[in-house]
Design a protein around this ligand. Structure first.
Ligand code: DGT
Ligand code: CA
Ligand code: CA
Ligand code: ZN
Length: 645
């Protein structure tokens, strides 16, 4: 896992149980990995792995299993492991040998585990044979060509290691937006519930809805006389795996999954979306690992300034500060202070002379600006727009009436056509597009032409029935076609022409990463020239925190698409809403908008729950300056039907 990585969580004060099921499962996994790094017996390693998996999937209450001693009855939990867990859960103390493993395993070896595709076994081997003991020494060994000759490694795996090191350096310690928001909102609501807290709010990149989050920044309004008590109370909250630094006004910590204990509501997903997918037990989704958080306590009159400062971005702050300077003012996290009053005073001492602001809105107003929504605070033109009443009226979840790229059990989806349609209706959508995978994509159970057309007939029946009943809901029938050699689509033209639309996307990524930008760009353009291609799906193929996309000149591709649209042929670019992708990147959305290329925000849902990902797509679209009229999602069923005709 990324983030703080290999730490043993602290026991929560309110135990027993002193640790949650998730914590126990991830510690067991960690111990297995550390054992393997230390060359432990393979059966021992496996017993920890199995126990981790078993307890992770357990539905019964772990605390109760320990209290009643039934833990020992579980197959695979031997006497040793059972006693260790009983001690941890019942007394809040980790076994000494686990603590030793965590403390004594060289940090460099643990660091190497972060390299994608590199596991403990190979690390151990390279450590023994080459003395490699850190990412840096591994890199040198690979550059010197020492890895390739080792038995079972070879040239290819040497290169993969170098690529992996490169990825690690760039991705280190960041987490995806959805994960960051889950942790951030859970912790925010815990802090907000403490005595003496007037307000607690998430700031930083999470508030700006960046696609990945480095660390969480929280700003808390507390009267000065309560700072010490609130600071103490925060440190006593569940979810804190480690404290890096703590004072009365600034706390630096590492959060882990126990922050989700006691449940929480997911504020960042539209409530109707959440209801439709059946509730908010989201913490089950991706709750491994840790994330760093910084909490600042300030008196309420300073809160808006601190919130604005720690929301950033740094670039936005710098531009704002310059604007203040131009007006004889000093802007910082404590206030907006007239030069002549501040003198040599600094920090909170100078803040008493600040112009007043009851909210962020007033700070912007002091600087002759409209309030800028956090997503736009990247210094990419928002300040000029705020000065000239030219800020975009950004899309919201309420503008969404449907989406085109979704899967069913016909290919690799978990939900049936009926279940998907039903959920979309409950979400308040007017239409839903179904685009299952095409035959070439065997791992995704790509559907044959025959099955595809059969699905179309079923969809037609439903549409007829709804029309007859006067239900304002319809399905559109498409396919997600792989883009094959030469930019070809994966079905014959006479099949494609029977569909409402085609989402063309790249899946065989290795072929595309092996080619250069010019070739890839040409192939995409050729595919877009096919009369059936309606949507360019996840345009770069990137997986956030996982892999880069293939090289492609998306500016050129978008311009090519603009020409088609100008001539009346609909070519829309997907903003894949999966938080793993968020592809088209928000930085390019503004460009698509400027060119008049329609954007379609697609959840690429493979389940009912997957439809909720639309929320992340809306966040990314907002960050990319997208308004409701720039997307196809805001069209009514009738309008959509005409656009696809
Ligand atoms: P992250 O954590 O890497 O995802 O990104 P941020 O934007 O959350 O950055 P972070 O946590 O380092 O700092 C939070 C905000 O604090 C940042 O967006 C702007 C503000 N800030 C931090 N350092 C500076 C600085 O040196 N100058 C200015 N003007 N602002 C800063
Ligand atoms: Ca941050
Ligand atoms: Ca920070
Ligand atoms: Zn898909």
């Amino acid at each position: 896992m990324a983030g703080g990585g290999f730490v043993l969580p602290k026991a929560r004060p309110s135990g027993p149980p002193y640790f949650s099921r998730n914590q126990i499962a991830s510690v067991l996994h960690q111990v297995a990995v550390l054992l393997e790094l230390n060359g432990a017996n393979v059966f021992r390693v496996r017993s920890y792995q199995n126990a981790s998996r078993m307890l992770g999937a357990l539905t019964e209450d772990l605390g109760e299993l320990v209290a009643t001693g039934r833990l020992f009855d579980i197959k695979g939990i031997g006497k040793g492991l059972g006693s260790a867990l009983t001690q941890a859960i019942g007394e809040g103390r980790w076994p000494n040998d686990w603590v030793d493993l965590h403390e004594q395993t060289p940090k460099g070896l643990i660091e190497m585990l972060g390299i994608p595709g590199l596991g403990p076994k190979r690390i151990k081997l390279m450590n023994e044979e080459l003395g490699v003991n850190s990412v840096a020494t591994l890199k040198q060994a690979a550059l010197d060509g020492l890895i390739a000759p080792m038995k079972g490694f070879g040239q290819k795996s040497q290169q993969r290691m170098l690529d992996g090191i490169d990825l690690l350096a760039r991705f280190r310690a960041r987490r995806r937006l959805d994960v960051g928001l889950m942790y951030g909102e859970a912790f925010q609501s815990k802090i907000a519930g403490l005595d003496g807290v007037i307000k607690a709010q998430l700031a930083g990149s999470a508030r700006r809805r960046k696609e990945t989050i480095g660390d969480l920044d929280l700003v808390v309004a507390v009267e000065s006389e309560h700072h010490e008590a609130v600071s103490k109370a925060i440190l006593g909250l569940p979810g804190i795996a480690d404290v890096k630094g703590a004072g009365d006004s600034k706390i630096s910590i590492i959060l882990d999954t126990s922050v989700f204990e006691g449940g929480f509501t997911v504020g960042h997903i539209d409530p109707n979306v959440l209801d439709a997918i059946g509730g908010d037990d989201y913490e089950q989704l991706e709750s491994g690992g840790t994330i760093d958080a910084q909490v600042r306590l300030v008196p309420p009159e300073v809160f808006p300034f601190t919130l604005a400062y720690f929301t950033g971005s740094k670039e936005h702050n710098i531009a704002m500060r310059q604007r203040a300077i131009d007006r004889g003012l000093k802007l910082n996290e404590f206030g907006l202070i007239p030069d002549e009053k501040a003198g040599d005073l600094k920090g909170m001492a100078a803040a008493q002379f600040s112009l007043p602001a009851i909210d962020e809105n007033e700070i912007y107003r002091h600087l002759d600006l409209e309030w800028v929504t956090p997503e736009l605070r990247e210094d990419t033109g928002e300040i000029l727009a705020a000065e000239t009443s030219a800020l975009p009226s950004l899309i919201t979840g309420k503008d969404i009436r449907g989406a085109l790229h979704n899967h069913t059990t016909l290919s690799d989806g978990e939900a049936t056509l009926e279940e998907m349609a039903d959920t979309a209706r409950k979400m308040g959508w007017n239409w839903l597009g179904i685009a299952d995978h095409s035959p070439t994509l065997k791992i995704a159970n790509g559907a044959s032409a025959e099955d595809l057309l059969q699905q179309g007939a079923t969809i037609q029946e439903y549409n007829n029935a709804w029309a007859k009943e006067g239900v304002d809901f319809r399905l559109f029938h498409g396919v997600e076609s792989d883009i094959l050699e030469g930019g070809k689509l994966d079905h014959p033209d006479d099949v494609l022409s029977q569909l409402d639309y085609t989402v063309a996307s790249v899946h065989a990524l290795s072929k595309w990463t092996a080619r250069d930008e010019v070739q890839n760009t040409e192939e995409l353009m050729r595919c877009l020239d096919h009369p059936s291609t309606t949507v360019l799906g996840h345009p770069t193929g990137r997986i956030l925190q996982g892999r880069d996309g293939y090289e492609v000149d998306l500016f050129a591709v978008l311009e090519h698409m603009a020409e088609h649209n100008d001539e009346g042929r609909l070519k829309a670019v997907e903003l894949n809403a999966s938080p793993y992708r968020l592809d088209l990147d928000w930085r390019l959305c503004k460009h698509a908008k400027g060119l008049g290329v329609p954007v379609i925000i697609n959840p690429d849902a493979h389940s009912i729950r997957g439809l909720a990902d639309i929320s992340y797509g809306v966040m990314a679209a907002r960050k990319g300056w997208i308004e409701s009229q720039n997307v196809l999602n805001s069209l009514t069923g009738e309008e959509m039907s005409q656009r696809l005709a």
